[in-house]
Ligand binder design. Structure first.
Ligand code: PDD
Length: 286
């Protein structure tokens, strides 16, 4: 059975799905996306992802093409039609197809392109990497200045993943002016002197939905959180490190640029936050 995807109002087998060659997403990377995880057939943090989608669109002068309720219904329908138990729902909205190539935005009223598809990942929450931790390298952050908008311009993050692969490790952390911004597709944290330290929100990082939830749970568990930029040197000297994202949840980082972080094994803070995050977000999954 082939995967059913959603394209502009229709549920179709992936082989039959079509987007124009003049689509702004294809020609200009003029579009935004969201990734929502599914556990036990239910969507985690859906409202947070819908809110960020709305913000990303507005920041680029686009508007939500449908209500949050309709968006949720499409997510659920795709999960059901594709029998997704654990996995992800990807959504992309672009500025549509103006019928030709032009740098200027298409006239108001040009319909946006809306595409959603699923990925099935059985056992997503039992990823064995949570037990071993990730090894990362640091690379220069040369992305554009509006990283708070979740655009489909993912070339440099893809190159970063390839640099990591070439170095024989799992991922890369971006560094700007000596400070860690975030991971290629996740937010970055260190734990030092009992404090959880992660870069403060701004236009230089994506405002992770998992980050927001994890910081809320950390505060509720009386863990101390400091939102500020941290240096690569601080990361090397940290007691532990971890990342968060919709697809990885909370994932320990045990090595940076070939050097062990702390004991070189997943630390207690990352382990605890992973457990809390999974427990709590399952409770509110829809
Ligand atoms: N990436 N920072 C970047 C650059 C990201 O691409 C992501 C998510 C995050 C974490 O955001 P959230 O917690 O909302 O997933 C931070 C998704 C998972 C992806 O591109 O696949």
């Amino acid at each position: 059975m082939s995967r059913i995807v959603y394209v502009n109002g229709a549920y179709v087998p992936e082989e039959e799905a079509k987007v124009s060659v003049f689509d702004r997403g294809f020609l200009m990377a003029d579009g935004v996306y969201e990734v929502t995880s599914v556990l036990g057939g239910k969507l985690l943090d859906f409202a947070g992802h819908a809110r960020r989608l709305d913000r990303s669109l507005r920041e680029l002068g686009m508007e939500m093409p449908m209500s949050e309720a309709d968006l949720l219904a499409i997510h659920r329908e795709l999960v059901a039609r594709n029998d997704v138990v654990d996995g992800m729902v990807y959504l992309q909205i672009t500025r549509g197809n103006p019928g030709d190539r032009d740098f200027a935005f298409p006239p108001a009223g040009t319909p946006l392109t809306v595409v959603l598809f699923t990925q099935s990942k059985p056992g997503l929450a039992d990823n064995p990497q949570a037990k071993t931790g990730l090894r990362v390298i640091s690379i220069e952050d040369i992305r554009w200045g509006r990283r708070d908008i979740k655009t489909v311009q993912l070339l440099y993050p893809s190159m970063g993943k390839m640099m990591a692969k070439k170095a024989g490790v799992d991922d890369a952390w971006f560094v700007e002016d000596g400070f860690v911004t975030e991971g290629t597709s996740n937010n970055a944290y260190i734990v030092s002197g009992g404090k959880i330290i992660t870069r403060n929100l701004g236009s230089d990082i994506l405002h992770g939905i998992t980050r927001a939830a994890v910081l809320r749970f950390a505060a509720e568990a009386q863990m101390e959180v400091e939102e500020r930029p941290f240096t690569l040197a601080e990361a090397h000297a940290a007691d532990e490190a971890f990342i968060t994202s919709a697809s990885a949840f909370v994932m320990p980082v045990v090595e940076l640029d070939g050097q062990k972080i702390g004991a070189g094994a997943p630390g207690p803070v990352a382990k605890r936050l992973r457990e809390i995050y999974l427990d709590e977000s399952r409770k509110t999954a829809v």
